[in-house]
Design a protein around this ligand. Structure first.
Ligand code: ADE
Length: 340
């Protein structure tokens, strides 16, 4: 893994799904944080279970790494349902979707990650499937085209997206729940880190978990990743316990600063300040200057910078805040401040 990616929750998380499965909570009882969402889900699950019915379709939105996939698995476990996972871009043709839907049993959960990237033609097939649990299949396209109605079992779609704004109205309307995941606070991240350290049989002090929590960008996936890197560092340095100094040293060598910003975050802000006089500047221009994907900046980099007040988004473009200037050691004219 490139050093730059240590604090990046990649947008799908797929590359490390398996790595983190043992750290994942499997039930509501094990789940830390997102209290409001969990309370809502508990009621929905209990009500559906008592009626012997499948759960309503459910949409999660929010930045990557906050637990959308994890929650889909937790719901499946709590509903004692089987879960099938796919993603918007993987469903290239209607036949891909139909193949999955016709194999679902009553109560099964179909998790669709990055649902905002579902091709429009596939999306059209999903509407009647979600609403009436049937699909119209076109057979023999051409002059003798016929359609047949396929009955589906009553299943539940759990959709996840980092970009709620890109979901079309008709699709959004077919979800019974639309739940937004927020960044986690330090206390919840500390509890997650302590729990994960226990699972990994790693000793950590309160200060050690606190300093990792502070640099985790409000994101459990990053907290767990930083914990693992710090555990490696502690082992090689022959430190028995992860204390504050050990965790700070480990994160320094990984390029993560005391606010949790990594090189890409700092480069992003530096480009706005130095090349574009602090903004406003369009995200496409920043992406071109950095040779980065525009979507990566929007999905992964910006949400945390916005939430922590390093960045403002206006109709005319992105603006670096005074907080960003101070954090990176620039004066308001974009000059680097000389050390005293
Ligand atoms: N690991 C990752 N996210 C978690 C969460 N929200 N609760 C408990 N453990 C976690």
């Amino acid at each position: 893994m490139a050093l730059e990616s240590i604090v990046r929750p990649d947008s799908t998380g797929e590359s490390e799904e398996r790595d983190f499965t043992n750290l994942r909570p499997r039930s509501f009882a094990e789940y830390i944080g997102q209290r409001e969402i969990i309370d809502n889900l508990k009621i929905a699950v209990q009500a559906a279970m008592e009626r012997g019915e499948p759960l309503d379709h459910l949409l999660f939105h929010g930045p990557p790494g906050l637990g959308k996939t994890t929650l889909a698995y937790v719901i499946a476990e709590e509903m004692r349902a089987d879960i099938v996972c796919t993603s918007g871009p993987a469903l290239e043709r209607p036949a891909d979707l139909v193949g999955i839907l016709t194999n679902l049993k009553r109560g099964d959960i179909l998790f669709i990650d990055e649902i905002h990237r579902l091709p429009r033609i596939v999306e059209e097939y999903i509407y009647p499937a979600m609403e009436d649990f049937e699909i119209d299949m076109v057979i023999d396209p051409g002059p003798h085209a016929r359609t047949v109605k396929l009955e589906l079992s009553h299943f539940t779609i759990v959709g996840a997206t980092t970009r709620a704004g890109l979901i079309t109205g008709p699709l959004r309307d077919r979800f019974g729940f639309s739940l937004h995941l927020e960044f986690y606070d330090i206390e919840d991240l500390r509890t997650i880190i302590t729990r994960s350290a226990g699972i990994l049989s790693t000793s950590i002090t309160g200060e050690g978990s606190q300093s990792i929590a502070f640099r985790s960008r409000g994101t459990p996936r990053i907290a767990n990743r930083l914990l693992k890197r710090t555990r490696d560092y502690a082992q090689v340095m022959r430190r028995e316990t992860i204390d504050e100094i050990t965790s700070v040293e480990a994160m320094d060598i990984n390029g993560v600063d005391e606010a949790g910003l990594d090189r890409l975050d700092r480069n992003y802000l530096t480009v706005i300040i130095k090349q574009y006089s602090g903004g406003p500047v369009g995200v496409s221009a920043i992406a071109a200057t950095l040779s980065e994907e525009r979507d990566t900046l929007i999905d992964v980099v910006e949400p945390f910078l916005l939430a922590r007040g390093f960045l403002n988004r206006t109709s005319r473009g992105r603006i670096a805040t005074a907080h960003a200037y101070r954090h990176l050691g620039f004066t308001r004219s974009g000059q680097e401040e000389l050390p005293l």
